[in-house]
Design a protein around this ligand. Sequence first.
Ligand SMILES: Nc1ncnc2c1ncn2[C@@H]1O[C@H](COP(=O)(O)OP(=O)(O)OP(=O)(O)O)[C@@H](O)[C@H]1O
Ligand SMILES: [Mg+2]
Length: 231
Amino acid sequence: MDDKKTKNLIMRLFNVRKRYGGILALNDITLDIEQGEFILISGPSGAGKSTLLKILGLAEKASEGQILIDGMNLARISSSRLPFLRRRFGMVFQDFKLIPNRTVYENVALVLEAAGENRSYIRKKVMQVLRTTGMEKKQKALPPTLSGGEQQRVAVARAVVGNPSVILADEPTGSLDATSAQAILDFLMDYHKKGATVLIASHNLHLLETHVRGRNVEICDGTIKRTATML
Ligand SMILES: Nc1ncnc2c1ncn2[C@@H]1O[C@H](COP(=O)(O)OP(=O)(O)OP(=O)(O)O)[C@@H](O)[C@H]1O
Ligand SMILES: [Mg+2]
């Protein structure tokens, strides 16, 4: 039996390249992602971790190669369907990308408003994720008045509020002290335990000691250098 068919591959990348002008940020990436996996993308600064995560989260387009989502060729999916597809992915950007003139509450609520949820559900759900990320008291604050770690927690809250089946978190603990970093990691691991696929990009190798069964994809100079199982 074809092993690939027995796995639920939600995403497949074949020979993906990404160019930014003359810079080749990703070179020949071939990678399968299974539903429910926990993947740590590691590698040195400039290796292409953020670029890979953005391509996987449909926040950037590949320059070359093929991407299949649930077996469908991404290049053949109409642009009107893309926003619906993107809702399956919750992205924590390395630079947060919060809207500076909207409050913490509004930044998180926007995801659910765009999905057409009703006001009472939005209120309940946003407050719940702000509580679990420890940002409830700052709900009326504007992002520029927050510390880096607080902004990071809002970015995590916004990524999970729509119950996406895939979370992609870029250096999600980069601006946090050890206690808050552990809290965010525990939060992402709990989300994974509920059945979500979780991908974390980080150059922090301590994350390899997360004690989560998963996969470490190490990249260097835009290519996959090594894939290893984490136990
Ligand atoms: N928007 C962009 N325009 C031009 N070059 C870019 C852009 N984004 C990334 N690059 C380049 O692509 C390469 C990979 O960048 P990327 O941000 O993916 O690295 P990274 O592994 O996430 O690094 P870090 O650990 O520092 O976050 C780098 O050489 C970077 O300068
Ligand atoms: Mg990066």
